[in-house]
Design a protein around this ligand. Structure first.
Ligand code: C2E
Ligand code: MG
Ligand code: MG
Length: 673
């Protein structure tokens, strides 16, 4: 059994030695490459050896043996040799290389047989020298061929045995000592040659394997590098992409802006930034929920993306704010504004969210370099300032940062600087504007209004500095300081008028701030019922839930809460219904010339109906003329406030007014504060 196995193994080993291996395509290719360069030389050796032997036997051997056969084979050798020269220049695949190697392996047999048979058949015709030439022919051909077939082990082995064996037999049988010695010598040299060949072949295979391993490692490394590169490219892409809308994000905007600005500066080109903010987005979020808000943002991003060209890139800066970076080479300012208006118009088209239609509009602020902007950030700030004005002055509009705005921005920076440096305790004061009962015209309360006299800028209106203080986080301090002072002042007023005190949205936005207000009220000794907090619609819109909680807390304490500037903001009647308010202050814009303006008249009339339905007190603000007083009284307003009755007064004058009213003295014309 084992002998049988051994036999099979030996047979397999022998078979392996004389077949072309096909288990390693790269090795086959390397073999073919090395081999194809040597085959032409192989044919050259065969050709010259054959011709030289035929030449020395020309006159002694038959014509067919030294002319016809050599001629036919010479042609075959030349054709094959030239064929291989062409072959060696081709790029081939492993399968082709294998086929060619197998074909060559097969061809070795007839060529060897031919060489042996042909050269042996010349022996009978030659003298001793010629016989020696035959021996020389055999030896030199075998050695040459072994060398040339070095990369095709199977062929080299076959040639050796096919030529050496018969040759040795023939020479041995000749009885001629020189020829026998040559045969023995050649046999031994051939063995040595085979040993060299086998070692070379194994070295060649090993070297190839090492090279292949190295190449495979290099390939793997290259693949890994490519993978890493792709990964880092993807990370970079994601880092610059807004995850909700899939458009470029804030980070991408600022990096693009910096490079675009540098390019514009170097090329003396015009560059514009458009900053877009949605109007009415917050109510959508509040009324329909955050997923609806997200859908609106995605839709707006899609609409903006339609404007994207090689000259205009779109970004989402965050929240409901977007930006455009516009290369203005092919655009003048008029075209730019028209472009901005088209962008805003596309935003204002209705958006379908499920079965509901929602409506948002967009305002855009634009700044153009080199008209303004010292660097990218500066240009952005100007566009943002223009946006702020666009929103404040006229929603859904486009505003380009211009000289007027530059002046306003300059003033804003001045106020900011002065406010930062201000000694608020000393520089802030309060003015009190009487609120009078519509029926009796008696002062029932005072609205406390902040006054700031800056040592640098002089008096600054609260309409100017309060928003700045809100932006820079100083408003809570101002509220605390002024509320404490107002509560203190109330103790000196006769007749227990109520105090109307303005709260900022920021005061309501954080629970802690409200608690501080509550403790200030509690600590003042003034009955909470005498205190009315005025809140604006912005406070409610900012964060309805939080605002509602804060209002509840103040109401629970016993204070009143009124909605200031009613009608100017975005709050819906829905909001008014949901909040535990006590008063509504009808904004000055509806009171102004109400006797001449039917629209204002109708609005005030319906607001008053609303107030009486809901049990709310209605206060009209900014009353300046007698006609307005008459109409408002006729409509049934509860209380009024305005220059017609009194300008905001310093504490002493406010107290004097109360005193004179109590004494029923006629009121002298009060000086405005
Ligand atoms: P507001 O709460 O609506 O206050 C009424 C504003 O209208 C006051 O302006 C007042 O001086 C002015 N006013 C009153 N009667 C008339 C009138 O007949 N005609 C005209 N044209 N104006 C009249 P003021 O004092 O400049 O305050 C502006 C705004 O600043 C206030 O509007 C309020 O929102 C805010 N503010 C004032 N003081 C404070 C404060 O202490 N805290 C907070 N958070 N905001 C304040
Ligand atoms: Mg007010
Ligand atoms: Mg007001």
């Amino acid at each position: 059994m084992s002998g049988g196995m051994g036999g099979v193994t030996l047979f397999q080993s022998l078979k392996r030695l004389i077949t072309v291996p096909n288990d390693n395509p790269e090795l086959t290719l390397a073999q073919f490459k090395a081999f194809s360069k040597q085959v032409p030389l192989l044919y050259f050796i065969l050709l010259t050896n054959m011709l030289s032997l035929a030449g020395t036997h020309q006159n002694s051997a038959p014509f067919w043996l030294v002319k016809v056969i050599p001629f036919v084979f010479a042609v075959i050798f030349i054709v094959r040799g030239l064929g291989w020269i062409r072959e060696s220049r081709k790029t081939v695949d492993a399968a082709y290389a294998y086929r060619r190697l197998v074909a060559t392996n097969r061809l070795v047999l007839p060529i060897s047989v031919f060489s042996v048979v042909w050269s042996i058949s010349l022996i009978p015709y030659g003298n001793d020298y010629q016989k020696a030439h035959v021996a020389f022919f055999m030896s030199i051909t075998v050695i040459g061929v072994i060398f040339c077939l070095m990369h095709l082990r199977s062929a080299a082995l076959m040639v050796t045995f096919l030529v050496i064996m018969p040759f040795a037999v023939v020479m041995g049988m000749s009885g001629e000592p020189t020829l026998i010695a040559t045969a023995v010598n050649m046999f031994l040299v051939s063995l040595a040659m085979i040993a060299i060949l086998l070692r070379h072949y194994s070295d060649f295979t090993k070297m190839n394997e090492q090279q292949l391993t190295l190449l495979a490692q290099q390939d793997a490394l290259r693949d890994k590098n490519r993978e890493m590169q792709l990964l880092s490219d993807e990370n970079l892409r994601l880092a610059n992409l807004d995850s909700l809308t899939q458009i470029a994000n804030r980070r991408s905007f600022f990096s693009n802006l910096a490079s675009a600005f540098e390019r514009a500066r170097e090329d003396n080109a015009r560059l514009a930034i458009g900053v877009v903010d949605l109007d009415g987005f917050k109510p959508v979020n509040d009324l329909y929920g955050h997923s609806a808000g997200d859908k609106v943002l995605v839709e707006v991003a899609d609409r903006l993306s339609a404007f994207e060209t090689s000259d205009c890139c779109i970004f989402r800066l965050g929240g409901d704010e977007f930006a455009l970076l516009i290369d203005m080479d092919n655009m003048d300012e008029k075209a730019l504004v028209e472009f901005g208006q088209r962008v805003c118009a596309s935003i204002s088209l209705p958006i379908m969210i499920g079965n509901s239609v929602v409506h948002v509009t967009g305002s855009m602020g634009i700044a153009v370099y080199p008209d303004v902007g010292l660097n990218g950030q500066d240009l952005y700030e100007r566009a943002d300032f223009a946006l702020y004005n666009a929103k404040r002055e006229n929603r859904a509009s486009v505003v380009v940062f211009n000289a007027r705005q530059a002046k306003a921005l300059f003033r804003l920076r001045q106020v900011e600087d002065a406010l930062f440096a201000a000694d608020l305790e000393r520089e802030l004061s309060l003015a009190y504007q009487p609120i009078v009962d519509a029926g009796s015209s008696h002062t029932v309360g005072f609205e406390a209004l902040a006054r700031w006299t800056s040592p640098v800028l002089g008096p600054v209106s609260p309409a100017e500095f309060i928003p700045i203080a809100e932006q820079h986080g100083r408003i809570n301090l101002i509220t605390r300081l002024l509320l404490t002072r107002a509560l203190q002042d109330m103790t000196s007023f006769e007749g227990e008028p109520y105090l109307s005190f303005n709260l900022s949205p920021h005061d309501l936005a954080v629970g802690d701030n409200v608690l501080r207000i509550v403790s200030a009220v509690k600590g003042s000794g003034i009955a909470p019922q005498r205190i009315n907090f005025e809140i604006t619609e912005t406070a409610i819109m900012h964060d309805f839930e939080q605002a509602a909680q804060s209002i509840e807390l103040l109401r629970a304490l016993g204070c009143q809460v009124s909605l200031d500037d009613f009608g100017t903001g975005y709050s819906s009647l829905n909001h008014v219904h949901k909040l535990p308010l006590s008063k509504i202050k009808i904004d000055r814009c509806f009171v102004d010339r109400i006797d001449e303006r039917p629209a204002s008249y109708k609005i005030v009339k319906s607001v008053l109906t609303l107030c009486s339905d809901m049990g709310l007190t209605a206060v009209a603000e900014g009353v300046e003329r007698e006609e307005e007083v008459r109409v408002l009284k006729a409509l049934g307003v509860d209380a009024m406030q305005g220059y017609y009755f009194s300008k905001p007064l310093p504490r002493e004058l406010a107290a004097a007014r109360l005193e004179s009213e109590t004494n029923r003295k006629p009121l002298s014309v009060a000086n405005g504060a």
